[in-house]
Design a protein around this ligand. Structure first.
Ligand code: FAD
Length: 468
């Protein structure tokens, strides 16, 4: 029969949420067991953030060679070796995941391989390849993450019909590629493949790509994508596909019109679904799922079962790794008896396209409807920043949104080179309740892109230095 083990704190899932919760809980004195059914590191390290950024970085450097040649840095016969490229991406994943394994080992976290499902309020069954066992726990942190959403009529076969993973470890450069879904993953991977030389078409049902970001940023992104040779079709509905010879034909409608789009392959990048299916046995443990199909949690990340916490992609909010890391620490600290709670004001979001997009806090429209007649907006363009000019990166702007009366910063929106790193200053400023004038009064190093913060703040003050 099955034997039953005891765990003090059981963590289910070894992604950014699960592994960081395990480390923190162990540091704080809990004895931790971590169950993972696939790979330590989860989606982010194995098939998400890390490999996608590795590919994006390489494709971006390759693409830049063209313009470098015109500036006196001549590189002859530059080309892509797709096999080595793919190995480089894999290498970055291996370095990070083996690092995480070492951290877990050093923290004395016991790792159990297998798939967990609840059989009661404080007990799970673990199914591994050859055996099953049971673990009784005192407390549990659930971090099972998410999987790609499927699309009717498009069965992923990894040859003609691809998922995001197929686009990351890409052993061939395709002639043309159709991407269904113009969310951040579609835009990031679409621009990476375009830079490697593939003709990319992005099909999006919504009226714009990357819904939710500022309209002027969407326009900038679209222009740059077009210049890169990416065709973006918005407001189109995808109906189905067929294969003809070695091509795929995707049928779309655009209002009344029906059209066929041809390519070598089609990638389905239409969002992600939390891993909460019936196999997980949530009902057996009295864990409630909300109408948004996410686990309901309080601000201490506790589910409706007082001994089970939930974090990461399975709970409400954006499905992002840094949100999972944050929630993991809250859950681990509460489980260790500390006073902790989820009181983040903003969760930044980044789109690693070219140029990068980074967002923190309220958008202009949302700010104006929340605070009528009390919103201040100021912008500063990259083309007026010295560092941006030497980087040859004049496309983009920094947009600040603040309350007009108290001058408190509400939101920051950046499109342009290195937006991903720049946004952290905005996050800190908003979390600390800084005003737009605080940004102007802070000395920023010269020449850096970060100077666009005080410069934009000076625009808000009506006292701009480097722009008319
Ligand atoms: P996951 O990373 O999904 O980990 C969950 C783990 O639980 C998995 O390893 C799974 O095998 C395991 N598991 C599930 N069920 C069970 C079970 N019953 N028993 C045992 N184990 C189980 N986010 C960013 O912030 N920045 C980015 O740049 C970014 N880029 C991305 C690019 C791509 C292509 C994709 C797909 C995602 C990207 N994300 C990015 C999102 C990010 O990967 C997720 O938000 C993050 O991985 C969520 O962490 P998690 O711990 O909640 O879940």
């Amino acid at each position: 029969g099955e034997f039953t083990e005891q765990a003090d704190l059981l963590v289910i899932g070894g992604g950014p949420g699960g592994y960081s919760a395990a480390i923190r809980a162990s540091q704080l004195g809990r004895s931790v067991t971590l169950v993972e059914r696939e790979n330590i590191g989860g989606v982010c390290l194995n098939v998400g953030c890390i490999p996608s950024k590795a590919l994006i970085e390489l494709s971006s450097r390759f693409h830049e060679l063209d313009s470098l040649s015109k500036k006196g840095v001549v590189t002859e016969d530059a080309h892509i070796d797709p096999i080595v490229l793919s190995q480089t991406v894999t290498g970055s994943v291996e370095r990070l995941t083996s690092g995480v394994r070492q951290l877990l080992k050093a923290a004395e976290v016991e790792i159990v391989e297998g798939e967990a499902s609840f059989v009661g309020p404080n007990e799970v069954r673990i199914r591994a390849s050859h055996e099953t066992s049971r673990i009784k726990f005192k407390d549990c942190i659930l971090a099972t993450g998410s999987s790609p959403r499927e699309l009717d009529g498009f069965t992923v076969d990894h040859q003609r019909v691809l998922d995001s993973t197929d686009l990351l470890f890409t052993p061939v450069i395709r002639r043309d590629l159709i991407i269904i879904g113009g969310g951040y993953i579609g835009v990031e991977l679409g621009s990476a493949h375009a830079r490697l030389g593939t003709k990319v078409t992005i099909l999006e049902m919504a009226p714009e790509i990357v819904m939710g970001v500022e309209p002027e940023i969407q326009r900038t992104l679209r222009t740059v994508l077009r210049e890169m040779g990416v065709e973006v079709r918005t407001g189109v509905e995808v109906h189905g596909m067929k294969t003809v010879g070695d091509s795929v034909v995707v049928e779309i409608t655009n209002g009344e019109l029906t059209e066929e789009i041809r390519g070598n392959a089609v990638a389905v990048l239409v969002g992600r679904v939390p891993n909460l299916d019936d196999d997980l046995g949530l009902a057996m443990a009295g864990i409630t799922i909300g109408s948004d199909y996410r686990v309901e949690v309080d601000d201490q990340m506790r589910t409706s079962n007082a001994h089970v916490f939930a974090i990461g992609d399975i709970v409400p909010g954006p499905m992002l790794a840094h949100k999972a890391y944050y929630e993991a620490k809250v859950a681990a600290e509460v489980a260790a008896g500390q006073q902790a709670g989820n009181d983040a004001t903003v969760i930044p979001a980044v789109i690693f396209a070219e140029p990068e997009v980074a967002v923190a806090g309220l958008g202009e429209q949302e700010a104006r409807s929340r605070y009528p007649d009390n919103v201040l907006v100021a912008k500063f363009p990259y083309r007026a920043n010295g560092r941006a000019i030497v980087l040859g990166a004049s496309v983009g702007e920094v947009k600040l949104i603040a309350l007009a009366d108290s001058r408190r910063l509400l939101g920051v929106h950046i499109v342009g080179i290195d937006a991903s790193n720049l946004i952290s200053e905005a996050v800190l400023a908003i979390e600390l309740g800084a005003t737009i004038d605080d940004l102007a009064l802070t000395i920023h190093p010269h020449p850096t892109l970060s100077e666009m913060y005080p410069e934009a703040a000076e625009v808000a003050q009506g006292l701009p230095t480097h722009i008319i």
